[in-house]
Design a protein around this ligand. Structure first.
Ligand SMILES: Cc1ncc(C[n+]2csc(CCOP(=O)(O)OP(=O)(O)O)c2C)c(N)n1
Length: 531
C-alpha cells in the first residue's frame, strides 16, 4: 500500500509537476523527506519570491506549478504574490505545512489557525483534508481547480504527520484523472457575433492576455487580417501577456488604462470586440462615457467573473482560442480600408543620463528574435512596449495584479520553464526591492536571466500619479543611492553599471549571450516614458 507521500508525488508526476518552488520550515520537512531524484526543488529565500517564481513558471510552461510555503507566516509572506497570480490567471497549487493533527486543537506553536480562511479571497479553493488518507485526493482536486478556467491559485493545508500514513486504497483514481479545461463557445452566440461583425462599418479588435495563454495568436491574426480589423492591445495595467504581434501592420498600440481615455481612443468605432481580457483593467480613475457614441462591445472571456463584472457590453463565455477558431469558421473577407501602421519607433537624442526610451531602443537593437521580456519598470512600461514591438507568442510577462515583486521572481520561473529562450527582466530599481532575494536563486541555480535595471533614483510613476491625483507634498517618493548592482553582486549575480548608449549596447549584448545570470544597471532620467 502506498504512503500519502508516495501517492502525492505520483500525482505530481502525473501532472508534470516535478519542479517544486518553496521555502521550507519544520512543518514542511516531512513532505520533503526522501525527495525523489526525478524532482527538482527551487528554493526562494522569501515566500513572495517562491510564489512569483512559480507564477512565471506556470505561465511560461502552460502547466500548473506547485509552491510549498511554511504554515501561516510563510503563507502571509506569499499573499501579495498570490494576488498577482490570481490576476495573471496563473494555475498554482499552493501548499503549506500545518502542525501535527494532535496539536491543532490546542493551537501549538506555528499552528496555521484558520488555515483555509487566511488565503481568501486570492485563491479559488482552500482546503485542509479531514483525514490523512484524503491528502492525495485533496491535492488532485486543487490541481484541477487551479487548471480549470479561470486558472488561478488553489490552496491545501497539509498537517505534517500525514505523510507517512497509508493513502486511501482508492487514491489511484484521483491520481490518474485528467481534465480538459477549455470550454467552447455557444455556436449561436458566435453566429450572431459574425453577423454583427459583417454589418459593422468600423469595428476594432482589442487583444487581451488570454489569447497568448490559449495559444491563439495565429487565430487572432487570421481574424484581424480577414476582417481588416485595427487591433489594440488591452490596457498595459492588466495585460500580463500579449495577444497580438505588436509589429503587425494592423496593430494600433496599447489602449490607455482609464475610462475616459479608452473611450476617446476608440471614438468612431461601431463595434469593439474584446478577446481574452477583462473589460477593462482601468486605473487611474479618469471618468467619462464607458463607450463611444454609437458603439457596442462584445467581450469573449473564459472567466465567469470577468464576464459578470464588466460595466458594459455583451459577453460570450468561452476559451479565447476556441472562440476565435469558431468565429473564423463564420466570417468571410471584409472589404474595409486598412488603417495606417504605427510609425517606426525612434530613441530620440542621446542624453546624460539616458532616457528610458533610449534604453529600450538600445535593448530593441540587441533583443534576440526568440527573446522573452519580463517587465516591471512602471514608468517605462509603454515605452518598452513601443520600442520592442514584441511579435512572437509567449514573449512578454507582466504582473497584471500590479503588486511589485512579480517581475524579478517571475523572470526566474519563466527562464526555468523556457531554458532555450533568452529572458530579459526589465526592472525599476524600486521594483527590484520587492523580490531582491531572487538574485540569490538566479545565481545559485544558474538561471541565465539578463536583469536590466533602470535607475532613476525615485518612484517615478508615483510622482506621475501624484500629479493626476492632484496630490502635493507626499513623502517617500525618492530613492537616493539605492545600489541594486552592488546588492545583486553580493547575492552572486555578476553585475555592471553603464551610462552611455554604446556601453549599454555592449553590456546587454554580452549579458544576453551569457549562460549565467547577469545584471546591467543604467541611470535614467526620471519621468514617465510613453514612447
Ligand atoms: C507590493 C507593492 N507595493 C507598492 C506598490 C506601489 N508602487 C507602484 S509603482 C511603485 C514605484 C516603483 O518604482 P520603480 O521600480 O523605481 O519604477 P519607476 O516608477 O521609477 O519607473 C510603487 C512603490 C505596488 N504596486 N506594489
Amino acid at each position: 500500500m502506498a504512503s500519502v507521500r508516495e501517492a502525492a508525488f505520483e500525482l505530481f508526476r502525473e501532472h508534470g509537476m516535478t519542479t517544486i518552488f518553496g521555502n521550507p520550515g519544520s512543518t514542511e520537512l516531512p513532505m520533503l523527506a526522501e525527495f525523489p531524484d526525478d524532482f527538482r526543488y527551487v528554493l526562494g529565500l522569501q515566500e513572495a519570491v517562491a510564489v512569483g517564481m512559480a507564477d512565471g513558471y506556470a505561465q511560461a510552461s502552460g502547466k500548473p506549478a506547485h509552491v510549498n510555503l511554511h504554515t501561516a507566516p510563510g503563507v502571509g509572506n506569499g499573499m501579495g504574490a498570490m494576488f498577482n497570480a490570481q490576476a495573471n490567471h496563473s494555475p498554482l497549487l499552493v501548499t503549506a505545512g500545518q502542525q501535527v493533527r494532535a496539536h491543532i486543537t490546542m493551537q501549538a506553536n506555528l499552528t496555521n489557525r484558520d488555515a483555509t480562511r487566511v488565503v481568501h479571497p486570492f485563491v479559488k479553493w482552500s482546503f485542509e483534508p479531514p483525514r490523512a488518507q484524503d491528502v492525495p485526493h485533496a491535492l488532485a482536486r486543487a490541481i484541477h481547480t487551479a487548471s480549470l478556467a479561470p486558472k488561478g491559485p488553489a490552496f491545501v493545508s497539509l498537517p505534517m504527520d500525514d505523510w507517512n500514513e497509508e493513502a486511501d486504497s482508492e487514491a489511484g483514481h484521483a491520481i490518474e484523472r485528467t481534465s480538459e479545461p477549455r470550454t467552447g463557445p455557444d455556436p449561436a452566440a458566435i453566429e450572431s457575433l459574425a453577423q454583427r461583425l459583417a454589418s459593422a462599418s468600423n469595428p476594432v479588435l482589442v487583444a487581451g492576455p488570454d489569447i497568448d495563454a490559449s495559444g491563439a495568436w495565429d487565430d487572432a491574426v487570421a481574424l484581424a487580417e480577414r476582417q481588416k480589423l485595427p487591433v489594440f492591445a488591452s490596457p498595459a495595467t492588466g495585460g500580463g501577456r500579449l495577444g497580438f504581434p505588436e509589429g503587425h501592420p494592423l496593430f494600433q498600440g496599447v489602449l490607455p488604462p482609464a475610462i475616459g481615455p479608452v473611450t476617446e481612443t476608440l471614438k468612431g468605432r461601431d463595434l469593439i470586440l474584446v478577446v481574452g481580457s477583462s473589460v477593462f483593467p482601468y486605473y487611474p480613475y479618469i471618468p467619462g462615457p464607458l463607450l463611444p457614441e454609437g458603439a457596442s462591445l462584445v467581450a469573449i472571456t473564459s472567466d465567469p467573473d470577468e464576464a459578470a463584472r464588466a460595466p458594459m457590453g455583451d459577453v460570450i463565455l468561452a476559451d479565447a482560442g476556441l472562440a476565435l477558431r469558431a468565429l473564423l469558421e463564420e466570417v468571410g473577407e471584409a472589404n474595409r480600408a486598412e488603417p495606417d501602421p504605427l510609425p517606426e519607433p525612434t530613441g530620440g537624442e542621446e542624453t546624460d543620463p539616458l532616457s528610458s526610451t533610449m534604453v529600450h531602443n538600445t535593448l530593441a537593437q540587441v533583443f534576440p528574435d526568440d527573446g522573452i521580456v519580463v517587465l516591471e519598470s512602471p514608468s517605462s512600461t509603454l515605452s518598452l512596449r513601443n520600442q520592442l514591438r514584441l511579435s512572437r507568442p509567449g514573449s512578454y510577462y507582466f504582473g497584471a495584479g500590479g503588486g511589485l515583486g512579480f517581475g524579478l521572481a517571475a523572470a526566474i520561473g519563466v527562464q526555468l520553464a523556457q531554458p532555450d529562450r533568452p529572458v530579459v527582466c526589465v526592472l525599476g530599481e524600486g521594483s527590484a526591492q520587492y523580490a531582491i532575494t531572487g538574485f540569490w536563486t538566479a545565481a545559485a541555480y544558474d538561471v541565465p536571466v539578463t536583469f536590466l535595471v533602470l535607475r532613476n533614483e525615485e518612484y517615478s510613476i508615483l510622482k506621475w500619479f501624484a500629479n493626476v491625483e492632484e496630490v502635493s507634498g507626499a513623502p517617500g517618493l525618492d530613492l537616493p543611492k539605492l545600489e541594486v548592482a552592488q546588492v545583486a553582486q553580493a547575492y552572486g549575480v555578476s553585475s555592471k553599471r553603464v551610462a552611455a548608449r554604446d556601453e549599454l549596447h555592449t553590456a546587454l549584448e554580452s549579458a544576453i549571450g551569457s549562460s549565467k545570470p547577469e545584471l546591467v544597471e543604467v541611470p535614467v532620467a526620471p519621468g514617465m516614458a510613453l514612447f
